[in-house]
Design a protein around this ligand. Structure first.
Ligand code: CA
Length: 310
């Protein structure tokens, strides 16, 4: 795949630096801020509906514990897969909390700011289509298959269901390009083998994976068009001589893969980085990534428009 002319701004869970993650308002804000793609994490409900939600469990961003006391599993967690869509629709979504109860990002949108709900993937696609129709602007979607092996063990083929929905909705609309992402290489390989859809796949790579070898990247290039590595696999920190970076971006480009690292947060910078623009400059101008996942799509948009004009 040819390297995109301009790097893509991928709104990580929407503009979640400003509004609760994966709510439709966070997606609308990201759209208004000029994101090129809006991300969806997708999990399944008990009745087999696909919802846009980051975790397998509901604990950290909803009021499930007060609304459905006693519905947790033995491990103490409330699982999406244990609730019907109608039940999930009664939950309020708020800021993300750690298991101890404290806010993960204290400076962000507060609990008191409003009550928001969980959208289904189909609802969100309709919503984004509405934005495209009303504005005339193209925006892509970037759904992630969450824990496909876990879902299969829980009785649902999440990847195949998502593909089916995407192919009958977003993929039929040239104004809504799609990247399909997943951490599980076996799942992406299976979907490529069994369905061979038109849409590009993105192999996510976590920071615990270690830097992929050239051979691994060649394998990935056999079924995917891009990698989505943790930015920690690219940026290692700073010494007196400057930023320490790996060869991953160049290696992936040589293998014919686009590179869309995650996650760029102005309120949670990696060590040794003085400010957000410095981080964007390193990845976008010096390393030449093809896009990035950010909680703050407005800042990435401004940077790209200023420094990497069309
Ligand atoms: Ca994700």
């Amino acid at each position: 795949m040819a390297v995109a002319a301009r790097p893509l701004v991928i709104a990580h869970r929407g503009a979640c630096g400003y509004l609760p993650e994966h709510t439709l308002v966070a997606k609308a804000l990201a759209f208004g801020q000029g994101a090129d793609y809006l991300e969806q994490d997708v999990v399944a409900t008990r009745d087999g509906e696909l919802v846009v939600f980051h975790d397998l469990t509901l604990d950290e961003v909803t009021d499930v514990a007060t609304r459905f006391p006693g519905r947790q599993r033995a491990d103490g967690h409330f699982y999406c897969r244990d609730f019907d869509l109608g039940e999930l629709k009664t939950l309020g979504v708020g800021p993300r909390r750690r298991s101890g109860g404290e806010l993960q990002h204290p400076g962000r949108f507060p609990e008191s700011g409003g009550r928001f709900g969980i959208p289904t993937l189909a609802e969100e696609i309709r919503f984004i289509r509405g934005l495209i129709q009303a504005s005339g602007r193209v925006v892509g979607i970037y759904p992630e298959i969450k824990d496909p092996a876990w879902h299969r063990a829980a009785g649902i083929d999440l990847g195949a269901q998502m593909l089916q929905l995407l192919e009958s909705t977003a993929c039929a609309d040239p104004r809504m390009p799609v990247f399909l992402q997943c951490f599980d290489p076996a799942e992406l390989q299976r979907l490529r083998r069994e369905f061979n859809p038109q849409l590009p796949f993105v192999q996510l790579i976590g920071s615990d994976h270690g830097q992929p070898s050239e051979r691994e990247l060649e394998t990935i290039a056999g079924y995917a068009q891009a990698i989505g590595p943790s930015l920690k696999l690219v940026y290692r920190g700073r010494t007196g001589k400057g930023a320490v970076t790996t060869t991953l971006v160049d290696d992936a480009h040589r293998a014919g893969l686009l590179v869309h690292p995650y996650t760029f947060r102005s309120d949670d910078l990696p060590s040794g980085v003085a400010n957000f623009d410095e981080l964007l400059d390193l990845f976008l101008r010096q390393l030449g990534v093809d896009g990035l996942f950010t909680d703050f799509p407005d800042m990435a948009r401004v940077f790209i428009d200023r420094h990497l004009p069309a």
